[in-house]
Write a protein that binds this ligand. Structure first.
Ligand code: ZN
Length: 322
């Protein structure tokens, strides 16, 4: 999920949908894996160049062709990496499998990894011009011409990332870290695991995988089966995941990789619903308005005034509803 106010944030960023349970709090970002950072950033820049906003007004799934384009790209990459059971459904759901490398007779729970193809429509340009900056502290200027910036006074969390390289947008669009970041993480994990597994098969001995994911170097850990699902149209009411064929995603447990702080694990969240309220007024000339004119804006004001102002995302935490 995303909101316009947070969506121009760099990755990593706080998730705007208040999670109700945090198994792990944020930890300091790791800065000892520049090769991994480069690989993730390269993927992020490539995937975010595909325009993949969802469109709440459309009735199809996917609601936009860009999501299908991104689904096709990811499926092609997964096939090239050597993933099994790679499939793109009519609704642009991508599923794939990283086969188990456990020895005969051993078993482990099948783990699922999910993320979503769409980015939120925040009323900005759908075209993302992401770039990498060195965060030296203070405000992060996204666009010197328009003055668009992530201000430390409004987002004090950016101080935690001083000294880091960050991915940011140019202030004309959302960054789309939600959930291009999730896609990048899962794809990079798949690339490294599959390369390591292939190294093991090729030598017929302990699999080898280097820190650069080329299959050279350290021994690969045996792992159970891992299933991947990328779904469209998450931002507009989870429409895409409802079309996921669970026969193609037979998992024991699954994790969604979405926007969050580095090291943060969220174990539960809330349900959300949208209601549309239409207020029709009655037009009248001011001379004959008394007892006749109904101003819908003033009626809306009365309606909003009856809602509890404390039951809002900014005033609640944990399991408090709003
Ligand atoms: Zn998301």
């Amino acid at each position: 999920m995303s909101t316009p106010s947070s969506s121009t944030n760099p990755t990593p960023t706080g998730h705007p949908g208040a999670p109700t349970g945090r198994a792990e709090g944020p930890t300091a970002p790791r800065r000892d894996r520049p090769d991994l950072e480069d690989a993730l950033a390269e993927r992020f820049l490539r995937y975010s160049a595909v325009v993949s906003q969802s469109d709440a007004s459309a009735t199809t799934v996917p609601t936009t062709e860009g999501q299908r384009e991104l689904a096709t790209l990811l499926a092609e990459e997964l096939r090239a990496l050597g993933a099994a059971d790679v499939h793109v459904s009519e609704t642009a759901v991508v599923t794939a499998c990283i086969p188990s490398t456990l020895p005969e007779g051993a078993s482990a729970p099948v783990i699922g990894l999910c993320s979503h193809l769409d980015t939120v429509d925040a009323g900005l340009s759908p075209v993302v011009h992401a770039r990498i900056i060195e965060h030296t502290g203070g405000d992060i200027v996204l666009n010197a011409e328009t003055g668009a910036a992530i201000r430390e006074a409004e987002h004090p969390e950016i101080a935690r990332y001083v000294g880091d390289r960050l991915l940011v947008a140019d202030g004309t669009s959302v960054l789309g870290a939600d959930d291009e970041a999730g896609l990048s993480v899962i794809m990079e994990l798949a690339a490294r695991l599959l390369a390591a597994d292939a190294g093991g098969r090729a030598t017929g001995a302990a699999a080898t995988a280097g820190s650069d994911g080329t299959g050279q170097g350290a021994a690969a850990e045996p792992h159970g089966e891992i299933r991947i699902a990328f779904v469209p149209d998450e931002e507009i009411g989870l429409r895409g995941v409802r079309t996921l064929d669970m026969d193609r995603f037979p998992v024991d447990v699954a994790y969604t990789i979405d926007s969050g702080e580095t090291g943060e694990l969220v174990e539960e969240t809330f349900n959300a619903a949208t209601a549309e309220l239409t207020i029709e007024g009655v037009t009248a000339h001011p001379m004959e308005a008394k007892g006749v004119l109904v101003n819908p804006i003033l009626l809306a004001r009365r309606f909003i005034a009856r809602l509890d102002p404390e039951q809002t995302p900014e005033c609640t935490e944990g399991r408090e509803g709003y």
